[in-house]
Ligand binder design. Structure first.
Ligand code: HEC
Length: 134
């Protein structure tokens, strides 16, 4: 649980510059200090989503401005290339896949963070362990 405390400390640093500087370091630090076990990957994923303001438009369970992360996971989990596709999609934004409202590009998210976010979102799928259906 200490990684959650660590992440909330980092996330509470105000301002854009603070985020730019601290989010990647928090991420790398957490990986280094706690390892990449599934429980820690969950905390890191959520921390990144909070630090990058994804949670202004997304929640895990319910549609908000954007689709629920769980709904995205259920659509893409088990598909080949899903993580790369979503990582790319997170950074470039786009529209017309879930509804009329487009998602703005998120250039503040690094490639590494986008991959971690995509992996985290995919891990939320209910059907993750089942074989993929065509
Ligand atoms: C201003 C609101 C907003 C913010 C901030 C936002 N999103 Fe989105 N997101 C959306 C909307 C709206 C859609 C649906 C777009 C569509 O219909 O194609 C979406 C779609 C997505 C998708 C699905 C893309 C696809 O190809 O199906 C992912 C994954 C996603 N968002 C992740 C994120 C992550 C991670 C962040 C933070 C870095 C984030 N979003 C920040 C509004 C937002």
């Amino acid at each position: 649980m200490s990684e959650i405390i660590l992440l909330s400390v980092f996330n509470s640093v105000p301002g854009r510059f603070g985020r730019w500087l601290l989010v990647p370091s928090a991420f790398i630090l957490s990986m280094a200090m706690f390892g990449a076990s599934p429980a820690n990957a969950q905390a890191i994923g959520l921390g990144l989503a909070q630090a990058n303001s994804c949670v202004a438009c997304h929640t895990i369970e319910k549609k908000r401005v954007g689709p629920a992360f769980k709904a995205i996971a259920d659509r893409f989990a088990g598909k080949p290339g899903a993580q790369d596709y979503l990582a790319q999609s997170i950074r470039s934004g786009g529209g017309n896949r879930w509804g009329a409202v487009p998602m703005p590009a998120q250039p503040q998210v690094t490639e590494e963070e986008a991959q971690a976010l995509a992996a985290w979102i995919l891990s939320l799928a209910d059907n993750e362990s089942k074989p993929s259906s065509p």
